[in-house]
Ligand binder design. Structure first.
Ligand code: GLU
Length: 424
C-alpha cells in the first residue's frame, strides 16, 4: 500500500483512535492496499435514534440510542448492547470494529457491530429498563435479524434485557424468533455455558500465555480489575486451576489479600449485596490504581476502556496482561508495555470466548437443538486455544506484539474475503 500517515493520537482516551492506530500498523505490515484500508476503516452503517421513555415518576426522558455495524462481509454482524452513561458514537464505532476483528480472530462467520444507549442502569427501575430496551428494539427492528445483525449483552445489560429484546422483536414479526439475539435466559433458548463464556475464554488465554512464559499456575499470582460477569468468572476459573488471586475490584473499591482471596465467597457476598463488593471482609481495601501496579504475575483488566495508559504503564509490574475488557490499554501505552517485555493477550483474542458461545447459541437456536454444557465448553476451549496459537505464531513470524499479530490475523481474513467477494 502507498504509505498512509498514521493519524497522530490526539486524544488518548478516544477508543476509535486507539483502534485505528493498531489497525494502521497491522495494515502496513500486511501491505494492505489503500482502497481496502479505506473500506475497512469506515463502518458500514451507523444508526442513531432518540428514545422517549416514561419514567416511574411520570416524567418523559429522551435517551440517545446507537447501533453501528462496522462490517457484515463475513456474515451477519454481531455484537453487544451497552447501557452506560459514558456511551458515545465514537465508543460504539470502536467497539463495533473490535467485534469485526474479534470474530475474525476466532474464525466464526460473523461481522462486527455494537449498540449502546446513554443511560445509567444503576439509577433505573426494572420497569424503566424494560421500556427503554423495548423502545430501542422497536427502533432497530429493521436493523436486527438472525441473518442481518444479532445483538447480545454488554456492560449494563444481561439475560433479562435480551429476553425483552427477543420478545419485542418477535412481536414485530408475529412469531417467536429466538435466534435474533444471544445471551438469553436458558428457557428462552439461551446456551449452557454462555454466562461464564467470556471469563472462561480469558482463563484459557491466560493459561496458554503462561505456558509460553513458563509461569506455573500453582505458583502464580493474579490481580483482576472488575468483578462483573467477565472479571468474576475469570477470577473463579483461574483460582480453580491453582492461580492465587490476590486482588479484585469493582466500583466500591479494590480488595487485596496476599494469601489469596476466596473467590467463591466474594461472588456469594456480591450476589447477596446488591451486586457490589462494598464491605467485603476477606481482604483489605486498597486504592483502585494500586491494583494495576501490584507485583503479580498476571494482570486481568476486566472492567472498561483505557485503564492502562501512558500515565501508569511504566509502573505495571505484571509479566502478563490478559484483557478481559474491550480496549483497556491505550495505544500510547502499548509501546511502553512492549518495551518492558510484558506479554499481552489482547482483548480481541482474550475476551472472544463470549461471542464464540454466542455463536454456539445461535447455531443451537437455528438447529432447534440443545447442546450439553460439556460440549459447549469443549468446543469453545478448542476455538480459544487455536486462536491463541494462531496469534502467537503470527507474532513470532513477523516479530510483532501479540496485539498487532491479532489485528494482522483479523485484517488478513477480512481483506481476503473482500478480495473474493469484490463488488465495489
Ligand atoms: N459484548 C460481548 C463482547 O464484547 C459479547 C458480544 C456477543 O456475544 O455478541 O464480546
Amino acid at each position: 500500500m502507498g504509505y498512509i500517515e498514521p493519524a497522530p493520537i490526539k486524544d488518548e482516551g478516544n477508543p476509535f483512535e486507539a483502534m485505528m492506530s493498531r489497525f494502521h500498523i497491522a495494515s502496513q505490515i500486511l501491505g494492505l492496499d489503500d482502497e481496502l484500508y479505506n473500506v475497512l476503516k469506515s463502518p458500514a452503517k451507523q444508526v442513531i435514534v432518540s428514545l422517549p421513555i416514561t419514567m416511574d415518576d411520570g416524567s418523559i426522558r429522551v435517551f440517545d440510542g446507537y447501533r453501528v455495524i462496522h462490517s457484515n462481509i463475513l456474515g451477519p454482524s454481531k455484537g453487544g448492547i451497552r447501557f452506560d452513561p459514558g456511551v458515545s458514537i465514537d465508543e460504539v464505532k470502536a467497539l463495533a470494529a473490535w467485534m469485526t476483528w474479534k470474530c475474525a480472530v476466532v474464525d466464526i462467520p460473523y461481522g462486527g457491530a455494537k449498540g449502546g444507549v446513554q443511560c445509567n442502569p444503576r439509577e433505573m427501575s426494572s420497569g424503566e429498563m424494560e421500556r427503554l430496551m423495548r423502545a430501542y428494539t422497536l427502533a432497530m427492528t429493521e436493523i436486527f435479524g438472525p441473518d442481518r445483525d444479532i445483538p447480545a449483552p454488554d456492560m449494563g445489560t444481561g439475560p433479562r434485557e435480551m429476553a425483552w429484546l427477543m420478545d419485542e422483536f418477535s412481536r414485530s414479526r408475529g412469531m417467536t424468533i429466538n435466534s435474533v439475539v444471544t445471551g438469553k435466559p436458558l428457557v428462552l433458548g439461551g446456551s449452557l455455558g454462555r454466562t461464564e463464556a467470556t471469563g472462561r475464554g480469558v482463563m484459557v488465554s491466560a493459561l496458554a500465555a503462561m505456558e509460553k512464559l513458563k509461569i506455573n499456575p500453582y505458583r502464580a499470582t493474579c490481580a483482576v480489575q472488575g468483578f462483573g460477569n467477565v472479571g468474576s468468572f475469570a477470577a473463579l476459573l483461574m483460582a480453580e486451576r491453582g492461580v492465587k488471586i490476590v486482588a479484585i475490584s469493582d466500583i466500591s473499591g479494590a480488595y487485596y489479600n496476599e494469601n489469596g482471596i476466596a473467590i467463591e465467597k466474594a461472588i456469594d457476598y456480591r450476589n447477596g449485596n446488591n451486586g457490589s463488593l462494598e464491605g467485603f471482609s476477606g481482604a483489605e481495601l486498597i486504592e483502585g490504581n494500586e491494583l494495576l501496579e501490584l507485583e503479580v504475575d498476571v494482570l486481568i483488566p476486566a472492567a472498561m476502556e483505557d485503564v492502562i495508559t501512558s500515565r501508569n504503564a511504566e509502573s505495571i509490574k505484571a509479566r502478563l496482561i490478559v484483557e478481559g475488557a474491550n480496549g483497556p490499554t491505550s495505544a500510547k501505552a502499548d509501546t511502553i508495555i512492549n518495551n518492558k517485555g510484558i506479554m499481552v493477550a489482547p482483548d480481541i483474542l482474550a475476551n472472544a470466548g463470549g461471542v464464540t458461545v454466542s455463536y454456539f447459541e445461535w447455531v443451537q437456536n437455528r438447529l432447534g437443538y440443545k447442546w450439553t454444557g460439556e460440549r459447549v465448553n469443549r468446543r469453545s476451549d478448542r476455538i480459544m486455544k487455536d486462536a491463541f496459537d494462531h496469534v502467537y505464531s503470527t507474532s513470532q513470524e513477523y516479530d510483532i506484539s501479540m496485539r498487532i499479530a491479532a489485528y494482522v490475523v483479523a485484517i488478513d481474513k477480512v481483506a481476503k474475503t473482500y478480495k473474493y467477494r469484490g463488488g465495489f
